[in-house]
Design a binder for this molecule. Structure first.
Ligand code: ADP
Length: 267
């Protein structure tokens, strides 16, 4: 198998199937109150099935907008976006988690996790088993009957991760999911995310402004320019598996993080 020579594109062999997700020249301008804001200039990249791609870029460069376009929450003005095969259904096959956990405070933890399954009308007995398994996977076994206010911020964010996965989506979109957490909890959540991804091998797009988080979590880091977003560069992450926090102390991790910082103009 020959690796793709084009760094914009997901790593794959020349004879491989088309990428799971593909954007070509995608652009987006917000128009409100007579004002126009170009949020995304021209974005082109691919994501292979099973990749964990981190999108990093300066605040306001259009990362959230891009994720919302991928989630089908916003339209785009120009370019092409293709996700999955012909049977791909954005309503069923995408799971999302945002910076705030957005849990329903009157529903218990298990019922919060079950929400997408309910909305999609999935068989509930199987969904309940899966929700319990996912809560165990994110380290929250035993919290099923609790209410969100009984959980810490980090635990609530783990509930929202479990909820993003309960309907077994093919694509998981994470928008700064750990941005509101304290540094230690955030590190633990980075480990959790890696563990969940390694166990499920879902295709994940993670928006973050944390370079260390991006390099630690991702299989590939995509750097966006200051807004309106364009692709600045891509970095394949080739660090030992399973990924442990100690990897951040290795020269390889430091060198890669430095290259990403440089590309962001932060050195
Ligand atoms: P990031 O996630 O990288 O911080 P965003 O995608 O949130 O960036 O925003 C990109 C640009 O689009 C910013 O200039 C922001 O002010 C603008 N923007 C975001 N959402 C809206 C909106 N709903 N209406 C108008 N402008 C918006």
């Amino acid at each position: 198998m020959r690796a793709s020579a084009d760094p914009l594109l997901a790593p794959r062999g020349a004879d491989a199937a088309p990428p799971f997700l593909s954007l070509r020249g995608v652009a987006k301008t917000y128009r409100a109150g007579g004002r126009e804001t170009v949020a995304i200039g021209d974005v082109t990249f691919d994501v292979a099935e099973g990749e964990l791609l981190a999108l990093v870029g300066p605040s306001g460069c259009g990362k959230s907008t891009l994720l919302k376009i991928l989630a089908g929450l916003h339209g785009h003005d120009a370019g092409q976006l293709r996700i999955g095969d012909a049977g791909f259904d954005p309503g069923r096959d995408i799971g999302v988690a945002f910076q705030q956990p957005l849990l329903l405070k009157w529903r218990r933890v298990l019922d919060n996790v079950l929400l997408p399954a309910e909305i999609l009308g999935l068989p509930m007995a199987a969904a309940r088993d899966r929700a319990r398994d996912l809560l165990a996977l994110v380290g929250l076994a035993g919290t099923e009957g609790k209410y969100p206010y009984e959980l810490s911020g980090g635990m609530q964010q783990r509930v929202s991760l479990a909820r993003a996965l309960v309907h077994d989506p093919k694509l998981v979109l994470l928008d700064e999911p750990f941005g509101a957490l304290d540094a230690l909890t955030r590190e633990r959540m980075n480990l959790e995310l890696r563990r969940i991804w390694a166990a499920s091998r879902k295709t994940v797009v993670l928006v973050t402004h944390g370079v260390q988080e991006a390099v630690f979590c991702a299989t590939r880091v995509a750097v966006l320019t200051a807004g309106p977003a364009r692709m600045a560069d891509f970095f394949a992450v080739d660090l030992p598996e399973p990924r442990e926090l100690a990897v951040r102390n290795t020269p390889e991790f430091g060198a890669l993080a430095r290259r990403v910082y440089e590309r962001l103009g932060m050195t």
